[in-house]
Design a protein around this ligand. Structure first.
Ligand code: ADP
Length: 781
């Protein structure tokens, strides 16, 4: 029998939240794939020093690691590895320990080191033989180095990937802090200069600026085309604005390549000379809090799914395959050549150094450039002079439909900002179609009102729905009435933000076009619901906020469960008849099982899971303190709800362990939306208005025949696409279950099961067939 392969994982460079989740995923996937798993402690230092810094890891060793910040296997800067003799020692320790494959989770430095190691490997092995460290036979199995990179960094500074493991947690932390600062800035009418991390990358600064609606953002890749001082001097406190927030990346440079310091900015803003701004200005340097804490859902998911992919990639690698790293493109996990990413990242640093900022921006991923554009569009909207000719300007109605979801306000704000900058007239329709229909002319502040930018500008970070939302569908409100109101207010286009009801509304409005010509206007929907059940998109606003809340809730419950030991918590998750939230939360908290409506629950399945719990608790002598969680979607079964499942487990456990149910309910809608939801809200909302804009005014005839006149914007795999509602309602929608026909996330459920060692169980009779995407590799969540 061939010896078991040995797969090692290491964390290197700066630590970042999510690294432990990556190590856990690598260790458990390697074991699941019949390999022995190893950890190399203290980064390259451990590789060079060997000994007990290279240790075999077992399944239980990584229990509870998902929620831990930093890296539990340590990281260190290792000078020796920069030099060949250091790398030779590393190679010697690899061969001596019989390591067949190495997965390195680190930043651009670590991956540069990995690439160098890989290039040199054949000559290092030759040297080990020549030195007499090993015989030719001993090194034969190790002639080729199988190496795969995982990008762990809060800075999001590697070319070729939209995100790095840790960047979303850092963004979340920054947004949280800036939200606090905003309140005090506003109270005292102050200016704040907030310095954020990012090394040579402006990703954190740009996204934090977008998410919080900061007035200025200064980054390394894009020194203001004009003198930043000049631009900032135009800071406008007209319109009664009470605060000014400037976010400066630690690597920010001016156009001469000089570092811009927070003190310089403060001096400018607080200048009391004749033409000075004289703002009461404070500096806040966030520092290492940005690295700290438990990883957010997105980083745990990224780390876990990428960790699984890294093991597959490293085991599939042959001498002929190019060494890869695992990247993210929008929602899709992909393998990409490591060497190119490393080269492009180095090229980027050189471009910044040589002040070729256009090139620098090209070398960042597409999402970065898009985010930067979005930030500029939503800032200083009144000074922007990008207006369309008068006859092209449109009157665009904006409406929220369904339950509130995090990011709705950020989306409305961005849409309004874009409209203003283009000369369109954005109009708020308050309280959904119900509010619209109950409109009365005798109420001057009725349901249809123009936006006040000063008010809207403060919505960037707000949860809920400022313009109000309602579940009522247009047909319930009265289609004729709605059509008449659209005519009365002379809307040229409609922008909807909401969940499945919003999708249903667009479908109804579209179908009624034949009857009511005033409905022949372009309309587009930006999905916003914690259920992620809108056909046409793998993501909806609010889902990230909800998952963070749910994951935080489960972490707390898990801690309580482990403190009391031997307790299983059965947690009910929202999501309608769509199991997305349950599965993704299950992935992030390491659930023992997830129960979803797409599959249902059966007695024999519960029986198998209860038996498994019995075995687990029998084997666990109490030395491991982790509790167990089962997540059950609210509509997974008409009979077996969280309470009943907990009771069944308790009854069957015969006092060997405990079980309780827990229902977080609406708490999971969250308070302030997550940074990621806010940023995506801004990007997608702008794209929606641009899409509506492409129809122009008086587009009735085109609207009648063009399927893209009623659309849903969505993230599908690595693309942002507008899908025709007609097509989606006819072929892509499971109407009785109010969800898309294809569940793109189903394969994630298998990862949850695999990483919690849930044994195969009898499948309930309810079938999953037809739900699985043909190309299941397409998206991740
Ligand atoms: P990060 O991975 O977060 O960018 P560093 O740049 O400090 O962090 O790199 C981490 C470690 O990776 C270094 O301490 C060193 O051991 C190794 N390393 C970095 N760059 C190289 C290089 N050019 N050649 C060899 N090893 C390198």
């Amino acid at each position: 029998m061939a010896p078991r392969k040995k797969v090692a994982v290491m964390t290197s460079g700066g630590d970042s939240p999510g690294m432990n989740a990556a190590v856990r995923a690598v260790v458990r996937t390697a074991i699941n794939m019949g390999c022995d798993a190893y950890c190399i402690y203290e980064g390259y230092e451990g590789l060079v020093r060997g000994g007990d810094l290279i240790r075999q890891m077992h399944w239980e060793d990584v229990r509870g690691w998902l929620s831990e910040g930093g890296t539990l296997i340590g990281t260190a800067r290792c000078k020796a590895f920069y030099q060949r003799p250091g790398r030779l020692l590393g190679a010697k320790n690899m061969v001596a320990n019989g390591i067949d494959a190495l997965i390195i989770c680190g930043g651009d430095g670590s991956l540069t080191g990995a690439d160098k190691f890989r290039q040199e490997w054949p000559s290092l092995v030759d040297e080990l033989v020549a030195n007499g460290d090993f015989t030719e036979d001993q090194v034969t199995p190790y002639r080729h180095l199988n190496i795969v990179g995982l990008v762990g960094s809060i800075d999001n500074d590697l070319s070729g990937t939209d995100a790095t493991i840790g960047c979303y947690s850092a963004l979340a932390r920054i947004c949280e802090m800036v939200d606090y600062i905003e309140a005090t800035a506003s109270s005292h009418s102050r200016a704040f200069v907030v310095e954020v991390m990012g090394r040579a990358s402006g990703w954190l600064a740009v996204n934090a600026g977008t998410a919080t609606g900061a007035d200025f953002v200064l980054i390394p890749e894009r020194p203001e085309e004009h003198d930043w001082k000049e631009k900032m001097s135009l800071v406008h406190r007209e319109m009664g604005k009470r605060k000014t927030i400037v976010i400066v990346a630690e690597g920010a440079r001016d156009k001469e390549g000089q570092k811009i310091t927070p003190t310089e900015i403060k001096d400018l803003l607080s200048d009391t000379s004749e033409n000075g701004l004289a703002l009461d200005t404070r500096i806040t340097t966030l520092g290492h809090v940005q690295r700290g804490g438990s990883p957010v859902h997105m980083d745990r998911m990224l780390a876990t799914l990428q960790g699984v992919e890294a093991v597959k990639a490293v085991l599939e690698a042959t001498p002929g395959t190019e060494t890869c790293f695992i990247a993210l493109e929008e929602n899709k996990i992909v393998r990409k050549p490591l060497i190119r990413a490393v080269q492009e990242t180095q090229e980027l640093a050189k471009a910044v150094e040589s002040k070729d900022f256009t090139r620098a921006l090209q070398l960042r991923d597409r999402e970065f450039a898009d985010s930067l554009k979005s930030y500029h569009i939503t800032t200083n909207v009144t000074v922007d002079d990008d207006k369309l000719p008068t006859d092209k300007r449109m009157r665009i109605g904006m409406i929220n439909v369904g339950a509130p979801a995090g990011g709705m306000n950020a989306a409305v704000r961005a849409a309004v900002a874009y409209c203003i900058s283009r000369g369109h007239e954005p109009v708020a329709i308050h309280n959904g179609f119900a509010g619209f229909a109950r409109h009365h002319d005798d109420k001057p502040l009725g349901a249809v009102r123009p936006f006040n930018w000063l008010e809207v500008d403060s919505w960037a970070s707000k949860g809920g729905s400022e313009i109000g939302t309602n579940r009522e569908l247009p047909e319930e409100s009265g289609m004729e009435l709605i059509a008449n109101l659209i005519e009365k207010y002379q809307f040229d286009a409609l922008f909807l933000i909401g969940g499945f009801e919003a999708f249903h509304s667009v479908a109804q409005l579209r179908r009624a076009r034949d009857q009511f010509p005033s409905l022949c206007i372009p309309m587009t929907l930006l999905p916003a619901t914690i259920s992620v059940n809108v056909p046409g998109s793998e993501y909806s606003l609010g889902s990230d906020t909800c998952l963070n809340e749910l994951v935080g809730y489960c972490d707390k419950i898990k801690q309580s469960a482990s403190a009391t030991r031997r307790r299983v918590f059965v947690i009910e998750c929202q999501g309608g008849r769509c199991g997305y939230t349950t599965v993704l939360a299950g992935l992030s908290v390491g659930a023992s099982a997830v129960y979803i409506p797409e599959e249902g629950i059966s007695l024999s399945m519960l029986h198998a899971d209860v038996n498994h719990l019995k075995e687990v608790f029998n084997a666990d002598k109490g030395q491991s303190r982790a509790g167990r969680l089962i997540l059950v979607n609210e509509k997974a079964s008409k009979v077996y709800d969280a309470k009943l499942i907990a009771s069944i487990i308790r009854e069957e456990a015969h006092d060997r362990f405990e079980s309780r149910e827990s229902v977080p309910g609406h708490v999971v809608q969250g308070n302030n939306p997550s940074g990621m939801d806010r940023c995506r809200a801004v990007r997608l909302a702008i794209k929606c208005i641009q899409h509506l804009e492409s129809f122009g005014r008086n587009a009735h005839n085109r609207v009648k025949t063009d399927p893209s006149s009623a659309t849903v914007i969505g993230i599908q795999g690595s693309e942002i696409v507008f899908s025709s509602v007609k097509q989606l309602e006819e072929t892509g929608t499971d109407w009785p279950n109010r969800r898309p026909k294809v569940a793109h996330w189903l394969e994630v459920r298998d990862v949850v099961d695999a990483l919690s060692a849930r044994p195969a169980y009898p499948k309930p009779e309810k079938s999953l067939t037809g739900l699985i995407a043909k190309d299941t590799k397409r998206g991740l969540a």
